[in-house]
Ligand binder design. Structure first.
Ligand code: FES
Ligand code: FES
Length: 211
């Protein structure tokens, strides 16, 4: 058995466990904090005791719109966005589905998370912002515009995750250094290797935001 296959077979699918650990730290590591973990634990405790099964109707606040959706309790937020909403929200990408790549990054109440590690039912009453909610082709935010200007993508699969992570990070740190941008992006992987242009775009966006 290959090492990667072995790792996959040993992978603990307990998404809540990941959420409290790797998931949060990985997505926008520089701004993840203990507070968010405590919020996740509080939400878990607030849920009714006993098993929940079948489809449940939930209302998700996606990019400022209230979206009703029927999902199984085990449905991830990423799956709900991409496969259960009509029309679908496909900005967040499914790549690894195990909290390692950052392609599925969305903001929950402004904080970046891996949406493949969050249950849709745990996102109820939180503001979900995907890359679509950050700007539009006609009116992109500074990070989206900088990615275009600096040609900061190749296949583009990682791009929504980077744009989302960086957009949130620049709110926390409007004038980052290159080293700080690199640190903030450490939970996002680009298999095409466009990192230099991604970092360049992030710094340009910070400059543009500063006016
Ligand atoms: S981290 Fe969610 S798809 Fe890779
Ligand atoms: S541009 Fe292809 S994975 Fe990043």
């Amino acid at each position: 058995m290959t090492k990667s296959r072995e790792n996959r077979d040993n992978h603990d699918p307990g998404r809540r466990k990941f959420l409290k650990g790797v998931g949060i730290v990985g997505a926008g590591a520089a701004i993840a904090d203990q507070l968010w973990v405590e919020e996740a634990e509080a939400a878990e405790q607030a849920r009714p005791a006993g098993p929940v099964s079948g489809n449940v109707k939930v209302t998700l606040d996606v990019n400022g719109q209230q979206r009703d959706v029927q999902v199984e309790p085990r449905t991830t937020l990423l799956n709900a966005l991409r496969n259960h909403l009509e029309p679908a929200v496909t900005g967040p990408k499914l790549v690894c589905d195990m909290g390692t790549c950052g392609a599925c990054t969305v903001l929950l109440d402004g904080k970046p998370v891996y949406s493949c590690l969050v249950f849709a039912i745990d996102a109820v009453k939180k503001k979900i912002t995907t890359v679509e909610g950050l700007g539009s082709p006609e009116n992109p935010n500074a990070v989206q515009a900088a990615f275009v200007d600096h040609d900061a993508l190749m296949c583009g699969f990682c791009t929504p995750g980077f744009v989302t992570t960086i957009s949130a990070y620049l709110k926390q740190n409007p004038k980052p250094s290159l080293a700080e941008v690199r640190e903030a992006c450490k939970g996002n992987f680009c298999r095409c290797g466009t990192y230099p242009r991604v970092f360049e775009a992030a710094l340009a966006a910070a400059k543009a935001n500063a006016g």
